[in-house]
Design a protein around this ligand. Structure first.
Ligand code: AMP
Length: 119
């Protein structure tokens, strides 16, 4: 997509701080972090969001979660025995849910204690 900001970031036309990259996804640090670690995991192919997912997109979404696990381990946020540490993974789906960029992205948020329910 020509005008999509995340497509431009994927193409390196807009600078970003990389966290992970492979042939399918690019992960970079959020410009306005809500926690000490805030990374966006983005498919390189343009998908608007969860609201437009097709059956053919199932594998890329699974891969995004696998990359989240890898980032968690690499940055030392993996839960210890599923008790200590950890991170939050978020898809905002639609404007009322807080989606502001309409290119699918998984928020990886860590480094502080999370509250529930989210605001
Ligand atoms: P959402 O509100 O769920 O659509 O998330 C979009 C996220 O993209 C927000 O957390 C923004 O801070 C982030 N963002 C917007 N522009 C950039 C950019 N140029 N580089 C990094 N993160 C960005």
């Amino acid at each position: 997509m020509q005008d999509c900001i995340f497509c431009k970031i994927v193409r390196k036309e807009i600078p970003s701080k990389a966290a992970y990259e492979d042939e399918l996804v690019y992960a970079f640090h959020d410009i306005n972090p809500v926690a000490p670690t805030h990374i966006l995991i983005v498919p390189k192919r343009h998908i608007v969001g969860v609201q437009t997912l097709e059956r053919e997109d199932e594998s890329i979404v699974g891969h995004m979660f696998y990359v989240a696990r890898k980032i968690g381990e690499e940055l030392g946020h993996a839960p210890d025995e599923y008790l200590k540490g950890g991170y939050r993974l978020v898809f905002n789906v639609g404007k009322d849910a807080g989606q502001s960029v309409f290119h699918l992205h998984l928020h990886f948020i860590a480094g502080r204690r999370m509250e529930w329910p989210p605001g």
